[in-house]
Ligand binder design. Structure first.
Ligand code: ARG
Ligand code: ZN
Length: 872
């Protein structure tokens, strides 16, 4: 979809929602697959929607479709009754109250580089229909509140496409003349068009089965390219554990005879929950110890669970319109986070979820694209598959559960599903089910869905030794965001405890509910002033301030809550780093703060008890996180300070890091349990410190680990150290890695990324060269994210280079991408749109580059929306 230079694309508003004028009861689809010219015949059984305002004409969505023929109740439609709508849709004048519409269209999967609708990847056919891809397959009311029963027949050449898959259960197959064959699939469950899928090609399956709680057997299959069957074990195991978990936790059972997954290397997002036929980015399916890192294994478990859980939260109960996206996404992220927490260390899982929320969602919520969890308007819905809709949406569900309690939350889920099964509903319906099941009034709480911006929570405290009364004063405010200058207070659940001077937990722990702009909470009978431990488990997605450096250091050492212990250590480090940034700017020499050194020393003392936690806590706050706490970022100064600290901590504790690196070597086969991954994480954190230390043997250790490492986690950690260095080992290792893995796309992505995020000063030059590398491909989203995305979003020091060359590089990339894949192009704009965070000189160049993109004729509406909002 492109727009003329002069007319801005229309804004869609939530308040303009109207029920569909026509409903579709059933869909009979026939797809005759050919790479350049696929024929799609659709028979839609339709009727007027009694709940909608009457409309004389039928309007159907359509995009990039060539209409071949059409018939209404069996009679061909005269051309006079047909009109094409702007954008490619179809209007049919004067239809009866109930009718069958048959259309035949031609589409070109081969020409589809957008990867929305039906496309080719490695010679195989895949579809992606969420959010608005079905209209690129056939004419249809392509909106989630039109739910229909689908029967799909696929026909293709048998040799090229032995496998023919669609939604639901298989319902016959057979031979055709000329070496072609067909297969039919029937999906008994009504569904919105965005859940439609077809996969066809030369794929092989890894198979297993699952017996549901009521004793039904479900055939499970993961379809991949030949040779990858042996890399599906972790995904399959994650699937079976997810199926069991949803039965045990929510009583939710799978509802078809088969559950199929197909993996594809060209995919815009992570994965897609099509009914009975999930389609996955290969990144979230394929794993072997020698090719996938521990992070990849974790990602697979999470995404497999996420898509499986959508079967109930998303598919059986779906969204009325796309403003309700978080109804399924926030809730399903909440469910996959809870599942993963149950699989291993819940505390460490929480830290990494919070780290991700702060890295992606907090900046989004403070930037030009800030929007509520339930947005009020959009230009391109694909721009709203955001950290706010997903991650903040999950936090809102989590708070809701904290407010009403676990038992009531479970009753609320039961009620939600019982009331709304096979319906397309709103976030309001979800909140109402929770309110009715719990008896808790959630009217104020619903503000979390409507207000953008991250609330700031401030704490003050006072102690009266005479009476033994301790008073905590909590206050909140939410900064203005685009279109929302004024904010109301939101209910903030603050899980807390009090710690005595000896480090012991005092009575009084619980949840404080801050509902007003400011409230006092008092605690009596205390002998001395306690230290407050606030936001335990990160009980609300807010920014907390008001604790002193001493209090933070104390909590990092003593609190019983692992989240507060970790976060206090991180906040302590941020405070010191911000102070050092000022010193660096004043050209004063930097020195290692002794308080920070002693925090690290204490962490090293306890590292053996909980390696996974220690690995998280030993890593200094990221450059972006530190810059995010400044009024105006200073990427150079922040980078210099963080590198200085890594080097001086590495030097100071060299012997202890070396001991960890020696002792934590994997014994026995590769395992992905929490203990094993925690040990590897700690060992590689140690290596990264040694790599920066002065006079250390980091390069030699890294080179040895790179050559002998038995798994990708260790190999890549070693390569990371080498890639950051000027040592000759760097080039040798990068060349060896490329030579060994040139045939494996997912590993090759890592090779691109590791160079893109290198702290070396020549990184931008290297990245520009890599753009010309024969293995780089602008049409492959994983590769684009691995190089362009990793550089722009993961290398602040080099992206924000004062010359502005990093900005120009990104703008050039966005312009080139917009002609190939508009969804991926729009996603890349983000870092440029954050110009208000930078100093005036950088900000001016960033705006210049945004304007240059905006001036391109034929810019897609998605990129237009990101760039124009970014400039505002
Ligand atoms: N529903 C998918 C998921 O969260 C995401 C698909 C989004 N795709 C898109 N093109 N916007 O699992
Ligand atoms: Zn999802």
């Amino acid at each position: 979809m492109t727009t003329a230079e002069t007319t801005p694309p229309p804004t869609i508003r939530r308040e303009d929602y109207r029920p569909p004028a026509f409903l579709v009861d059933s869909v009979e689809l026939h797809l005759a697959l050919h790479p350049g010219a696929t024929r799609v015949t659709a028979s839609l059984t339709m009727r007027r929607n009694p709940a909608a305002a009457p409309a004389a004409d039928l309007e159907l969505d359509g995009e990039a479709l060539t209409l071949i023929s059409s018939a209404l109740d069996g009679a061909p439609l005269e051309p006079g009754r047909l009109a094409r709508l702007p954008g490619g849709g179809l209007r049919i004048a004067g239809v009866p109250d109930a009718f069958t519409l048959r259309t035949e269209v031609e589409i070109s999967p081969e020409a589809n580089s957008e990867l929305s609708g039906l496309y080719l990847s490695g010679g195989n056919y895949f579809t992606q229909c969420e959010a608005e891809g079905f209209r690129r397959i056939t004419f249809f009311p392509d909106r989630p509140d039109v739910m229909a029963r689908y029967t799909t027949t696929i026909e293709a050449e048998r040799a090229a496409c032995p496998v023919l898959l669609s939604n639901g259960n298989p319902d016959g197959a057979g031979e055709l003349p000329d070496g072609r064959h067909w297969a039919r699939w029937v999906d008994p469950h009504p569904k919105p068009s965005y859940l439609f899928a077809v996969v066809a090609g030369d794929l092989v399956a890894a198979r297993d089965s699952f017996t549901t709680q009521s004793g039904r057997d479900v055939a499970l299959a993961i379809y991949v390219r030949r040779g990858d069957e042996d890399a599906c074990g972790h995904a399959m195991d994650s699937l079976k554990r997810s199926m069991k978990w949803d039965e045990d936790t929510y009583g939710l059972e799978y509802d078809l005879d088969v559950f199929n997954i197909a993996a594809v290397s060209d995919f815009n997002m992570g994965a897609m929950e099509n009914k009975g036929l999930n389609v996955f980015n290969t990144k979230y399916i394929l794993a072997r110890p020698e090719t996938a890192t521990d992070t990849d294994y974790e990602g697979i478990e999470t995404v497999v669970a996420h898509e499986y859980f959508h079967n109930w939260t998303g598919n059986r109960v779906t969204c009325r319109d796309w403003f309700q996206l978080s109804l399924k996404e926030g809730l399903t992220v909440f469910r996959d986070q809870h599942f993963s927490a149950d699989q291993g260390s819940a505390a460490v899982k929480r830290l990494s979820d919070v780290r991700r929320l702060r890295a992606a969602q907090f900046p989004e919520d403070a930037g030009p694209m800030a929007h509520p969890v339930r947005p009020d308007s959009y230009v391109e819905i694909n721009n709203f598959y955001t950290a706010t809709v997903y991650q903040k949406g999950a936090e809102v569900v989590r708070m809701m559960r904290a407010l009403i309690g676990e038992a009531a939350f479970r009753r609320g889920m039961d009620l939600y599903i019982q009331r709304h099964d096979n319906q397309a509903v709103t976030i309001e319906d979800f909140a109402q089910a929770m309110q009715d099941a719990s008896g808790v009034d959630l009217s104020r709480f619903r503000r979390w869905y409507g207000q953008a911006g991250t609330p700031e929570l401030r704490v003050r405290d006072a102690f009266d030794p005479a009476s033994g009364r301790y008073t905590l004063t909590l206050s909140q405010s939410t900064p203005p965001t685009p279109g929302q200058p004024e904010k109301l207070p939101v209910p903030i659940p603050v899980r807390m405890g009090l710690i005595g001077a000896d480090g012991a937990e005092l009575p009084g722990a619980g949840v404080l509910l801050l509902e007003e702009a400011e409230q006092d909470f008092t605690f009596d009978g205390l002998a001395s002033r306690p230290v407050p431990s606030l936001l335990r488990g990160f009980s609300a997605p807010v920014r907390l301030s008001g604790l002193s450096l001493e209090q933070l250091g104390f909590l990092a050492a003593h609190d019983s809550d692992p989240f507060v212990r970790w976060d206090s250590g991180q906040q302590y480090a941020v405070a010191e780093m911000l102070r050092m940034v000022q010193e660096f700017r004043a050209q004063k020499p930097l020195a290692l703060p002794e308080g920070l050194a002693s925090n690290i020393s204490a962490l090293l003392d306890g590292a053996a008890d909980d390696p996974a936690f220690a690995a998280e806590a030993l890593v200094l706050p990221s450059e972006d996180f530190v810059a995010d706490q400044m009024d105006t970022a200073d990427p150079e100064a922040v980078h210099a300070v963080r590198q200085f600290l890594r080097a001086s901590l590495g030097t100071r504790f060299m012997a202890r890091f070396a001991a960890l690196h020696d002792e934590l070597r994997d014994a026995g086969p590769y395992r992905t349990d929490g203990i094993s991954t925690g040990r590897r994480a700690l060992r590689n954190t140690a290596l990264s410190y040694i790599g920066r230390a002065e006079g250390g043997d980091g390069i030699a250790r890294a080179a040895r680990q790179f050559e002998t490492g038995g798994n990708m986690t260790d190999v890549l950690s070693a390569l990371r150290v080498l890639a950051d260095s000027d040592a000759p080992e760097r080039e040798t290792a990068l060349a060896a890695f490329h030579a060994r893995w040139r045939g494996d796309d997912l590993v090759l992505d890592k090779w691109f990324t590791i160079q893109a995020i290198s702290s070396r000063e020549d990184t931008l030059r290297v990245v520009e060269d890599l753009l010309q590398h024969r293995d780089f491909d602008l049409r492959n989203p994983n590769r684009v994210r691995a190089l362009v995305g990793a550089f722009a979003a993961g290398n602040p020091a080099r992206f924000h280079t004062a010359s502005g060359e990093g900005y120009r590089f990104l703008a050039d990339s966005v312009i080139a991408l917009d002609a190939v894949n508009t969804q991926v192009a729009a996603r890349m704009v983000g870092p440029l749109a954050q110009w208000k965070r930078q100093d005036a000189a950088r900000g001016a160049i960033m705006r210049e580059e945004l304007r240059r993109i905006l001036a391109r004729p034929g810019l897609s509406k998605g990129t237009y929306e990101k760039v124009s909002k970014g400039l505002a």
